[in-house]
Structures are given as C-alpha cells and as structure tokens.
Design a protein around this ligand. Sequence first.
Ligand code: ATP
Ligand code: MG
Length: 381
Amino acid sequence: MREVLLAKFGEIYLKGLNRPFFMKMLMRRIRERVKDVCGEVYLSDSRIYMIDVKDMDECVRRVTRVFGVHSVSPAIEMEKDDFEKIKETASRMMDGVSGTFKVLARRSDKHYPIDSPEINAQLGERILMEHPQLKVDVKKPQNVLNVEIRDSALLYLKNIPAYGGMPVGTNGRATLLLSGGIDSPVAGWMIAKRGVKIDAVHFYSFPYTSERAKQKVIDLAKIISESCCGVRVHIVPFTDIQMQIHEKCMDEYTTILMRRYMMRIADRIAQKNGSQALITGESIGQVASQTIYALQTTNAVCSLPVFRPLIGFDKQEIIDIAVKIGTFETSSLPFEDCCTVFTPRHPATHPKLEKILECEEKLDSEALIQAAIDGVEVIET
Ligand code: ATP
Ligand code: MG
C-alpha cells in the first residue's frame, strides 16, 4: 500500500493516430515540472502515476498547472486481491469526513471477481457501519469515494481540477506582445494552453519607463513561464521610435502609429524565431487603439496571423483569469508603460489609412526598425 498522485488527461482522449505524440509530450512536461518533488512518473492504463512524492501539496500545485492535465487525485494504491483490506482502507479514508457520501467504483479489469455495483454496496455498508455520522446520497453526495480497479486498486476522495488544454510544444510557436498590463499575460497563457510554445516581445522606453517597469514584465513572464515551459523575453528599445513619432506626427495618431511599429518589429522577431503567429491582449473597443477600425490598421502591417484570444472578453472576465493564473497582482503594480508615457489627449478612434501613411512617410521607418531590432536584449525566464 502506498500513497500516489494520479493525473488524468483531458482532450488528448480525442486524438487518434497521433495520440502517442501528445502523450509523450505530456509525460515530458510533467516530468520536467516535478523532478525535484517526486521519485518517478509513469503512464499505465490511461492514468499517469507519480510515486515517491516528497511534497504532495507542491506536487499537486505544479501538476495542475501543466497544460494537458485535466485533474489530479492524491490516492491510496494497494493490491486489488485482498478485498477485505480494500474495505478496511476505504473505511479509514472516511474517518473525519462528515455529511453525505457515495462510493463510485470503476473496473477497467473486467476479470475482477466483484463487479462495480457490488463494490459500491460492500464498501458503502462497511463505511456506514463504522461511521454512523455519515449518510448515503447517490444523487448529490458531498463526498465521493472513488475506487478504481486497474492493475492495482486505487482509492481517492479528491478530484482536483487542473488547467486542461494541450501539452506545450504540440502546436507550434507564437510570439506574444507582452506589456506590463493585465491583458497580454492572460492572452499568452490562453494560447500556450492550446499547446503553443510562447516567446515574448516587450517594448521599453528608457528613460521614460523605469527599470522597475521592465522588471515587472520579466516577473510576469516568469509567472506564466511555469505553465508555458519557459518564456524567452525580447526587450526592444522603443524610445527613438516614440520620440520621432511624437515630434513628426499628428498627436491624435501617435498611439496607432506606435502600435503599427510594435507590430512590425514583433512580426520580424517572430519570423526570425520560427513563430507561426503573433499574440496580443487586445479586446474590441477596450481603448481607442482597439476600436475595430484601429485594429484593422495595426493588423495591416503584419505578415503573420495575429491571435487575439481576448477579443470578445469584458475587462472583468480578463481579470478573473488573471487572478486565477496569478498574474493580476503583479500586473496591477503602478509602473508606467511605454504607451502611457506618450498618450495623446484625443486619440483617433477612426484612424484613416491615408493619414497614417502620410505620417509614416516622414519617418525613416526601415532604419528605425532595424536599430530597434539590433538593440534587443534577450532574457530567459
Ligand atoms: P495590456 O493590459 O495587455 O497592457 P492594454 O489594455 O493596456 O493591454 P494597449 O496598451 O492598447 O492595451 O495594448 C494592446 C496590446 O498591445 C497589449 O495587450 C499587448 O499585447 C501589446 N502591447 C502594448 N504595450 C506593449 C509593450 N510595451 N510591449 C509589448 N507589447 C505591448
Ligand atoms: Mg497596456
């Protein structure tokens, strides 16, 4: 008899012939994350087992954040042949539990001599006998004692939900435009959840934005890096471009012009890094630069597809995810972002492409873009 951590996987179930590829990546991602808190991780009969767990709480915390895992359960694993011992263990597991319960048995070993309804009945009877405070409720029980008869017998009370999604590395690569705000870390996390490896690009306007603002972005990358399996952050010096736009272009167009340069630079860095897409935290109508008209003009300069997973989300819905994934607190720190430093008083909500192009004619775009790319600093998180 031993304590194990069981992990169940979600959508990989739907995969056909290429399922082994997804499973292999999932096993690799779990092993990377738990190597210092558990002895061994292996797959058997559609369940992932973690044995010799040194720190169960930490192991649970980490595995629930591995994309591809559906839920985890700390369980007792024991010989399945000694049914008396299973009854005894089941009853011990209910010590200290109150309210209603049911036993939910599943047999993947169809040769097991006792069928599932009979396991439920016998274990339920024993538990009731030794715990008069408990009541059976088969429809809406407060506690479910799961019993799985596989190569061995597995007993567990908790099914702790994980993030779900697909293992990172099974669906290509994308480059996230990562600001210090609330939205972009959530956007990156959502795309990584579908199995995409993420790189990040951050535009930095020293000395108008401080070292602490840059550190905040690195900290955000580190937080999502736990689920995203490492995020490489490209810090792009953006001050010269902003100054030029500020000096030479119409005030109401400055934000949209900045956004177009950001997209152009991110697009080039992304292509160099082998990304198949860009990601932003934009949501229709949230601010002037995110009206549908503004999005059309910023989108126009990209050659890669731009993923905007938050496009239809309200701010509160985004905040709820930011809280769940642990980025909200850091995102809320009050350090200035490069966009806020040069914000016009009346930004254009219906920017006209001719006017944008007129402004851009006045700038030496190619040289500015190249200088920004040459000045990139890369930080691994
Ligand atoms: P966020 O909360 O993600 O900062 P926001 O609501 O502040 O978004 P904007 O400032 O208009 O909106 O930015 C829109 C998107 O552009 C961001 O979600 C992000 O993807 C990208 N972006 C904005 N500023 C930067 C920056 N300094 N570096 C990298 N990307 C940025
Ligand atoms: Mg922002």
